[in-house]
Ligand binder design. Structure first.
Ligand code: MRU
Length: 343
């Protein structure tokens, strides 16, 4: 499955709002529509958002160059801002835009060939990173038969293969992991709609649980690791991820389970000192108050819908990246990791 792809002259997105009911693709020809697709979560998941935005820069530069070949760099700025503002928490978005901007220096005339090559490189590097993390993480799960994962971190959330779900795929393919528990992930149901869909396609046994069932699952000894992705990792190792991750980390520590975060180094932001500095996206109350077009709460009731939370580094046992693993992460270990070449 490819959540994002470049197709001849435009971006093709698998519309994740329609899954698992229907497989629908959006054909996107301009940067403004791409920013809207990110905002409205047609494409979601930190690495996939970054890759989509990189292709969005190609669309923006193409239209700016057609309008004014001399001043395309100035004309592209509105679209760059629009893309950067589409979602606030996942740092991969800003990382990808920065990397695309640094490619501007290599453009002599028409920017499309250079920028498309850069966007494709970002995409392919993400898939390679996921494969590497899959191998590293699976080695840590060699004695593990059952894990819990949260949200969706698979092919749909990345360039392909997945971060936490990539580790799960690799551990299953190695013949050690037997099954996966997946939190449904209220309110957007990434676990129920997307993770269960991906795992079923791969023939990996998956059992869905209500988010609130995780504590009992841990107490009953059904899993030995929690394996999740990340939207941003701060310089001190604090992790922003889908709302509910923090509660899972607290409960995992209480029950003596391992807590693994799997993310490419593009998710680590040395410019964010700690989790306190990470902006948490609040989405509309309707995501809580309504389901499938029907009210599920009395009219007029207030709702608070933060869609990410921060897990402090001290609750994380290991961070797996393509550059290697970090046990008991802290500022020094994260700095050393970022200085390493890819593992
Ligand atoms: O709101 P979403 O669906 O974009 O949130 C996604 C997550 O929180 C994922 O766990 C995270 O992006 C890691 S995906 C490889």
């Amino acid at each position: 499955v490819r959540a994002v792809d470049w197709s001849e002259d435009h971006v093709r997105l698998l519309d994740q709002r329609s899954l698992p009911r229907a497989v629908v693709y959006l054909e996107i020809h301009d940067a403004r529509s791409l920013a809207r697709a990110i905002r409205d979560m047609a494409v979601r998941g930190a690495p996939a958002i970054g890759i989509a935005a990189a292709y969005g820069v190609v669309l923006a530069a193409r239209s700016a160059y057609r309008a004014d070949p001399e001043r395309w760099r100035d004309r592209v700025e509105d679209d760059m801002r629009d893309l950067a503002a589409a979602r606030p928490t996942a740092i991969n978005l800003k990382w990808a835009l920065r990397r695309m901007r640094s490619a501007f220096d290599r453009v002599a005339a028409d920017p499309v060939p250079v920028l498309l090559a850069e966007a494709r490189a970002i995409h392919e590097e993400d898939i390679a990173a996921n494969r590497r993390m899959g191998a590293l993480g699976a080695a840590l799960l060699a004695d593990t038969r059952h894990v819990l994962t949260h949200c969706n971190t698979g092919s749909l959330a990345t360039g392909g293969y997945g971060t936490a779900l990539g580790v799960i795929r690799s551990a299953f393919n190695a013949g050690t992991l037997e099954s996966v528990y997946a939190c449904e992930t209220r309110p957007w149901l990434q676990g129920a709609r997307l993770t269960a869909w991906e795992l079923r396609q791969d023939g990996i046994p998956v059992t869905l649980i209500a988010d609130s069932a995780a504590g009992l699952l841990f107490k009953n000894g059904r899993v030995s690791w929690v394996v999740v992705g990340a939207d941003r990792i701060a310089a001190n190792g604090d992790v922003a991820n889908k709302i509910g991750t923090y509660g899972l980390a607290v409960a995992a520590r209480h029950h003596g389970l391992g807590f693994m975060v799997v993310a490419p180094s593009s998710t680590i932001d040395p410019g964010t000192a700690s989790g306190d500095e990470i902006p948490i996206e609040d989405r509309g109350a309707d995501e809580l108050l309504r389901y499938a077009g029907t009210d599920v709460a009395p009219p007029g009731v207030a709702a608070w819908n933060p869609v990410f939370d921060i897990t402090p580094a001290e609750l994380v046992d290991v961070i797996v990246t393509e550059k290697g693993i970090v046990r008991e992460p802290d500022r020094n270990k994260i700095t050393a990791l970022l200085g390493r070449p890819a593992d």
